[in-house]
Design a protein around this ligand. Sequence first.
Ligand SMILES: Nc1ncnc2c1ncn2[C@@H]1O[C@H](COP(=O)(O)OP(=O)(O)OP(=O)(O)O)[C@@H](O)[C@H]1O
Ligand SMILES: [Mg+2]
Length: 292
Amino acid sequence: MNDQAARLRSMVRSQTVQLSKTPKSRILVITSGKGGVGKTNLTVNLALAFAKRGCQVILFDADMGMANIDVLLNISPPHNISDVIAGHKTLADILYPVETNLRVVAGGSGIAQLASLAPAVLQQTVDKLAELETQTDFLLIDTGAGISPNVLGFVLAAPEVIVMTTPEPTAIIDAYGILKTLDGQNREARVFLLFNMVESESEARKTFAKIFQIIERFLAIRPLFLGWIEKDGNVGRSVLQQQPFLRTYPYTLAAKRIHLLAGTLIAHGNNTPPNMPNPVGFFAKLGKILFR
Ligand SMILES: Nc1ncnc2c1ncn2[C@@H]1O[C@H](COP(=O)(O)OP(=O)(O)OP(=O)(O)O)[C@@H](O)[C@H]1O
Ligand SMILES: [Mg+2]
């Protein structure tokens, strides 16, 4: 009897270990070619929308040095990834609780450091960060715009990427640049296109169709139309108040779109085959890319 109980306990223990090692987080990297298209506002408000639905969310600020997420949420996390790199803090120490189901990891100067770390330190750091892959339902990563080596690392390691653009030709050309890079170096990613500050749904769909025509001719990747957010004066008003618009203007059009986008993304996740996304592990892949 005792033997049986001991075997059962050991089985449960080994199952627990196995479970905690299974990556379960959906990792979404939010990026754009051109700056200022609305990435940080999207990421923060999407995080709130997921959290409201009862999903665990970690918001990861991978924008170098700008700490935009802190400004939008009016928070000052005392520690960031550079403390983990230096070994002063554990990952758990730097997870900053914002509200139920929502925590923030500030990248701070740690993001700029990543690409220049000695291989052993980089390995240790990505091993520690990999814990994030088992600790949440959604890991949302806000990047800076463009193709600097560090932003690129996050985009190329991502199992899922949201490429954000406005309907302006300059933003679209720069978004195409990101898509081309993904096509060359991260073709297995699921790529979404999201249109911000549009006049209407029809403008978003027409813009997507135009981009898609060019992609079909020249690239192998096939981005999915994620949706759109209209130009909405309450977004800017909310930024001035240093609050996400989901809190200050929960019924404004932009907030309604965010809730729809959260639903669309959850639905896509439900269609994911069991061995996806990213069996290798996001941070392990990021480490390999930064080693190059
Ligand atoms: N749907 C919208 N309607 C109106 N204004 C918007 C909308 N989305 C974003 N903005 C405005 O665009 C500005 C830039 O937004 P945000 O900081 O989120 O962009 P970003 O892509 O993160 O910029 P960066 O590339 O500098 O990180 C915000 O101050 C906000 O006022
Ligand atoms: Mg930003």
